[in-house]
Design a protein around this ligand. Sequence first.
Ligand SMILES: Nc1ncnc2c1ncn2[C@@H]1O[C@H](COP(=O)(O)OP(=O)(O)OP(=O)(O)O)[C@@H](O)[C@H]1O
Ligand SMILES: [Mg+2]
Ligand SMILES: [Zn+2]
Length: 466
Amino acid sequence: MHVYPYTITISSEKGGVGKTTLATNLAIYLKAMREDLPVTIFSFDNHFTIDKMFEIKKCEDDTHDVHALLMGAKASEVVQTGQYGVGYIRSSTELGDIHERFKGPMTLTRMLAESGISGIVIIDTRPDLNILTQNALYAADRVLIPVKDLPSLENCKNIFSLFDQRGIDKKSLALIPCLIDSRIKFDGIFKDQKTLLRAIAVNRGYRCLDSYISKSPKVESLNTNPEGKIYPILTHARGTEVHGQFMEITRDLLRSVDATKETRACLYHTWLLEKEASKKESYLARLEGLAERCLICGAVLAEHSDDRCFYFETSDRSARGFLHGNCVSSMLCSALYGLQENDHTFAKAKALVADKVAGSVSLLLPEIGPEASRLDYRQFSMSGEELLQKSVEMPGFDAGEFNGVHDRLYLLLNEALAGFEGALRKGSWLSVYPVDPENPEAVLHEDSYKSIHRLQKHFAEAILSI
Ligand SMILES: Nc1ncnc2c1ncn2[C@@H]1O[C@H](COP(=O)(O)OP(=O)(O)OP(=O)(O)O)[C@@H](O)[C@H]1O
Ligand SMILES: [Mg+2]
Ligand SMILES: [Zn+2]
C-alpha cells in the first residue's frame, strides 16, 4: 500500500521567532510520545541546526541532502537515521539555484506524496516566502506560524493572502505565540503578551493555538556550549515550563494526525492519478475511433502500418485516422498540379509536395455547386498561419465520375465526408496533420492532441468568416 506523510510546516517571514527551535524539538517530542511513528525533519535554512542536532556521525558523502531531495533523489536515499530516533535530511547551502525547478507551488507536495516517507514530516523554512517556502506551506497538513510580537503578527497576513490568492483552504494555518516573556504584564483585559497577541490574531480572523511557548533562559542556552552542540528541551530543559508547553503542543498535533484520514499528500496524489487516468482514458477513446484503413489507397493500416505519416480529422470529428505519406503526397501532387502518375515531372513535383506537407497542415474544404464543384485547398503552419491557398476544380465529382487525375482526392473526400445519401455532409471539411511515422499514435496523447484540437477550432472559425 502506498504511504503518505502527514506534513507539518513551520513558517514565518520574521527571523528569530523560534521556528527552528519549534521544528527540531517538536520532532523529538513527537517521536518520544509516539515511538512507532516515523518522524522526518528537514530545513530549507542553511544554519545546519538540524544537522548539529540530529547527526549521529559526521557523514562523508555530502550529496545526500535537501538539495538532492529537491532535485528528485529518492527519499530512501537522502533520509538518515538520526539521534533520538528522528529521521533527518541534511541541510544544504545550495538551494539558491533551485527556484527554476520549483515554478509550480505543488512540486514538493508531489515529491512528498511519491517519496514513500510515512509518519510525520516536519519542514523548517527560511524567514521568507520564496517558492520553496510556498511549496512547504501548500504541502502541509498543519502550518505553525510562530509569532512573538506585533511585527511578526503583522507579517502573518502575507501567508494568509498567499492561500487566499490560490483559493486554498486556510484551515491548516495556525499561529502560536512564541518567546513569551511571562514577566511582562499589562493592565486591563489583555493582561500579558500571549493574551494580547491571541486577541489581535483572533480579531484578524487568524486561528491561534491555545498553547504557547515561553521565553526561557535555559532553552536559550541549549545551543551555546563548549561542544558546539544543540541540545533538546526534552533532555536538557525538562525543569522548564517550556517542556510542559511542548508536551501540550505535541499532544494536540498527535490528535490532529490521528483524526486525519487523508493527508494533503494523499489527496493531491489521488487527484494526480485521477487526472492521469482520465488522460489515458481520453487517449484510449481517441484510439478507438480511428479509421481502420488509409482512406486514399484503402489498405488496412494494421497490415500496412509503415509510412503512416499523416493524421486526418473531419470538421465534425466523425471520421479520423491515419494516411500513408505516399498516398497524401501523390494525391496532392495530382490535385494541385493536375499531374498524372505517368507524367515525367510527377516524381519531382511529388517530392516537392511531400517536403511542404511534412511541416504544415492541409485543409480540404469542398464546395459542391449545382454546376461545378471545387476544392478550396489551404496550407497552414503548425501555429495556424495560412501559407497557401489554391482553388482546385473538381470536374465530375458530384456525378461520381473519376478522371484519373483526381481519383485519390475524390476517394478521400467521399470516404471521409460523405453522408448517408452519398452526397458530402453540408459544410464539412477535413484537415491533414503530419505525424511521426515511428509513433503516429503519439499525436493522440493529451498534450499533442491539444494542439490539433486548437487548430481545428481555429480553422472552423476561419472558415465561418470566408
Ligand atoms: N523558548 C525559548 N526561550 C528562549 N530562547 C529561545 C526560545 N526559543 C528559541 N529561542 C532562541 O531564539 C533564537 C531564535 O530561535 P530560532 O533559531 O529557533 O528562530 P528562527 O525563527 O528559526 O530563526 P531564523 O528565522 O533565523 O531561522 C535562538 O537563539 C534560540 O535559541
Ligand atoms: Mg531557523
Ligand atoms: Zn494509403
